[in-house]
Ligand binder design. Structure first.
Ligand code: GRG
Length: 324
């Protein structure tokens, strides 16, 4: 046996050779501190949003109070975290990504305020607090949603742009994800599907638009803020798409398995509204399996980053295992 494939162990008067396969020793992968990462990004995003928004006292104070009420009600800040993590995977930094991270959170919060309205999902609780219209009335809640949507573009326009990703492209990216072919399209299909039997592929259409579009947009914007290479943007798109689909399936699972207290919003609403969900169509276990499969696809998309996407990996794993 050649010396390189054996190891010499000596003990007292004798030495003997142990056959040993050639094994490439890898340095142990450092464990990514996701709770620490989430705490830090949430604090940074909250601070940035506070600075981006008009103060609560700015006239008319009612609207600014209402915008801030929902924006700072304790959301998980997943979209901004994904945006910042994508920027970091592409060698960028939080400061450059922050206006875009803030913009996607404003759009997300607007969509939740409007989703909770009596004309939509008619919910009394969100993020563990009374919904916006319950506190400020329907008129102000509609306007607070509108104002947050508009605010998102004002914030995004403040980002640093690159010749490869000019402001025009950044604004288009956000407008398309939030527009009538994506976020709104998903909501329309969701509303129109209530009480009807819909197929798994129709449900996927809803999830792609209602949820995945904004999550995917968040990671793409993070990449753009770091002037990422086109191949990296494709990988982020692939990652965001699959994470987005898994996110909504988990959301549907939590709706039937968790309590309202745990979720901070009314649990069991999908069943009550006769909404088509994966658990309703394929059952809980199969839904979990599909979410795991989608998350594996998301992980696979990150190969191109060669270990620099630990935060994105951590977030994808968390989104699969989350309980709220
Ligand atoms: C224009 C009238 C009008 C309405 C638009 C587009 C829309 C209303 C609503 C869609 C919003 C929606 C409920 C999408 C589903 C996405 C989803 C699972 C949201 C919950 O996201 P989390 O869990 O929430 O990240 P937090 O509160 O943690 O931020």
């Amino acid at each position: 046996m050649p010396q390189s494939q054996s190891t010499l162990a000596s003990g007292g008067d004798f030495a003997y050779k142990l056959p040993m396969p050639v094994v490439k020793l890898k340095a142990p992968k450092p464990i990514f501190d996701l709770p620490g990462y989430l705490a830090a990004t949430t604090a940074a995003v909250n601070g940035a949003l506070d600075g981006f928004l008009p103060p609560a006292t700015a006239r008319p104070a009612t609207i600014h109070k209402a915008m801030r009420y929902s924006l700072f009600a304790g959301g998980k800040r997943m979209r901004p975290a994904l945006c910042l993590a994508a920027a970091s995977a592409c060698g960028g930094d939080d400061a450059a990504a922050m206006p875009l991270a803030g913009a996607v959170e404003c759009i997300h919060t607007y969509s939740l305020i409007h989703d909770d309205l009596p004309a939509m999902d008619n919910d009394d609780y969100r993020r563990g607090k009374l919904t916006n219209h319950k506190v400020f009335g329907e008129g102000i809640a509609i306007l607070a949603g509108d104002a947050l949507l508009t605010q998102a573009f004002e914030i995004a326009a403040q980002c640093r742009a690159f010749p490869r990703y000019p402001h025009r492209d950044i604004i288009l990216e956000i407008a398309r994800a939030a527009g009538s072919l994506q976020l709104i399209a998903g909501q329309v299909a969701d509303l129109e599907g209530e009480g009807k039997r819909i197929s798994a592929s129709q449900l996927k259409y809803i999830h792609e638009r209602k949820t995945s579009a904004l999550l995917c947009c968040s990671v793409r914007l993070g990449g753009m803020s770091a002037n990422c290479a086109p191949a990296q943007l494709r990988a982020l798109t692939d990652f965001g798409y699959h994470v987005g689909l898994a996110f909504q399936i988990i959301d549907d699972i939590l709706d039937v398995t968790q309590t309202s207290e745990q979720l901070g919003k009314t649990a069991g609403k999908d069943t009550a509204a006769q909404k088509a969900t994966y658990p309703a169509i394929v059952g809980l276990e199969k839904s979990r399996e599909i979410a795991r499969h989608l998350t594996r696809r998301a992980f696979a998309a990150l190969k191109i980053f060669k270990g620099r996407a630990a935060a994105l990996e951590g977030l994808a794993a968390y989104l699969l295992q989350r309980d709220k």
